[in-house]
Structure formats: C-alpha cells, structure tokens
Write a protein of this length. Structure first.
Length: 280
C-alpha cells in the first residue's frame, strides 16, 4: 500500500508540473496576440501602443475622420480599463534611457496634419480629461489653408501645457513621387528643405524644441532617416500598425491609424482583431 501511495504522489506532482507548464504556454500565447505587457516585467516585455488620429467631426465624413463622440468613448474606455495616457516624449526618453519607469498599460496619442477640427473638437475633450498628446504639423498649411488651424490657435493649445508640437515636414510631400520626379541632387536638396524648414518654422512660431518627425504617408527609407538625423531630429513616427517597443528603430516607431475602433493592443478583454469602443 505504501508503494502505491508513493506512485500516486509522484503522478500527482507530474500532473501539477504539466498543468503549470501549460498555463505558462497559454499566457505567453495570449500576450503574443497583442495584449499590452506590464512594463515592470522587464525591457523584453514592453509594448506601448501609439495611436494616430487626423481629423474629428460630428460624423465620419471620410476614412481619416473620427466622430468626436467615438473619440471620447475611446478615451473613456482607456481610462476606465486601467490605461495611462503618457506623453510621447516620455516614451521616447524611456527608449533613449533617460528615464527608467513607465506606468503599466501606457498609451501615447498623436495627431497629424494640424486640421482645424483639432482645435474645435479634439481640444475640448483633451482639456476635459486633462490628457497629453503630440501634434505633428506641416507649417505651410498653418494660417494659410482653410482646413488648417492658425498659429494663434496652436499657441492657445500650447498654453494648456497638454500638447507638444512637432514636425510633419514643411508641406507633407510624397517622398516616393518626388524621388521619381527629381534628379539626385534636386531630391536631396528637396528633402533637406522639407525637414529643416518645418523644424525652423515651428521653433520660431512656438518657441519649442522640435526634434520629432512624423513621416508623411508613413514613407521612410535609410536615405530619409539619414537626412532626418542630419537635420537635427531624434526620432521618426511611421504608420506601421503594431505596438512600439524598445527594439524598434527610433526613426521607425510604429503607430495605429485610428478610426472607429480601438486596436486589440488596447483591449485586454476581447479576442477579436479590433474591438469597438465602449458603447456608452
């Protein structure tokens, strides 16, 4: 009987070991499908979604417009489900080793172009919840194009202390098309102008440090990255749809182009590829 008891005890230990290994495997599989990992788990597990918006309005007028009620529901969802919206600069400083701590379930918000709805619709929501964001603008449109904000509106936003203003080049060119159209020397001069003129104009108008760049249309390559570094930029933002992590090249940090849905990376309780925002 004693020998039979020992065999059962060994079998029980073996089953417990197999069960533990199975749980560990399934947990890792769940994270691999897109769940945010706690930054406190170590550098290999840090994944921070960077959200990219463009325009806002009462209804979805086009693929780049997010209805303002949907946007506010996304913000509520993040706040009510344990996420912390951080400054993009804080995330970049972490990747550069300038700070050693990020809050668990961190998310960064960015907005490209400088559309007037950023002032009329986006600003009131961000002030209401006191949340930070980084705005990438192309100066040729500011105070010139009817669809864009004015420098005075941008200065008003700056005074809230919630926003950082960075470069989206000077007039948002398609670098692939320009490379085909121009000869080598002309193209190199064109890229340099787009990068330096944007940086200089924003710094002059807003008295801020401009060293971050959002690539127009998400287009970048080694040559553009080299020119951006020479122009004084520290990092570039793409439109590659995935979480950012310390292993990403600083000039190709990925972002989720936002619409009516939140990416899986910011939904810990939904198994679908994308999830609708909170219905409230």
């Amino acid at each position: 009987m004693a020998e039979g008891y020992k065999k059962k005890k060994k079998l029980l230990k073996l089953n417990l070991l197999i069960f533990s290994l199975l749980i560990s495997f399934l947990s890792g599989f769940q994270f691999a499908k897109g769940e945010i990992l706690d930054p406190n788990n170590g550098s290999n597990g840090i994944r921070v979604p960077i959200l990219l918006y463009h325009r806002f309005g009462p209804v979805k007028a086009d693929s780049m417009t997010v209805p303002i009620k949907i946007f506010e529901s996304q913000i509520r969802y993040l706040k009510e489900n344990g996420y912390t919206i951080i400054r993009l600069r804080q995330l970049l400083d972490y990747y550069l080793g300038k700070n050693q701590v990020l809050p668990p379930h961190a998310v960064a918000i960015t907005v490209d172009d400088g559309h007037r709805s950023v002032y009329t619709d986006f600003l009131p929501i961000m002030k209401k919840y006191q949340l930070p964001a980084t705005l990438f603008i192309y100066p040729s449109a500011i105070s010139n194009a009817s669809y864009a904000m004015t420098w005075d509106q941008i200065r008003e936003m700056k005074e809230t202390g919630l926003f950082d203003f960075q470069s989206h080049t000077f007039w948002h060119p398609n670098f692939k098309n320009e490379k085909k159209r121009l000869n080598s020397e002309e193209y190199e001069n064109f890229v340099e102008m787009q990068l330096k003129k944007s940086k200089g104009k924003i710094e002059k108008e807003l008295h801020v440090r401009v060293d971050l760049l959002a690539w127009p249309f998400g287009i970048y390559d080694d040559e553009l990255i080299r020119k951006a570094g020479q122009a004084g930029y520290l990092a570039g933002l793409s439109m590659d749809r995935r979480d950012s992590s310390p292993s990403d090249p600083l000039f190709a940090l990925p972002r989720y182009l936002m619409g009516n849905r939140l990416p899986l990376a910011v939904s810990r309780r939904n198994s679908s590829h994308d999830v609708l925002t909170s219905p409230r």
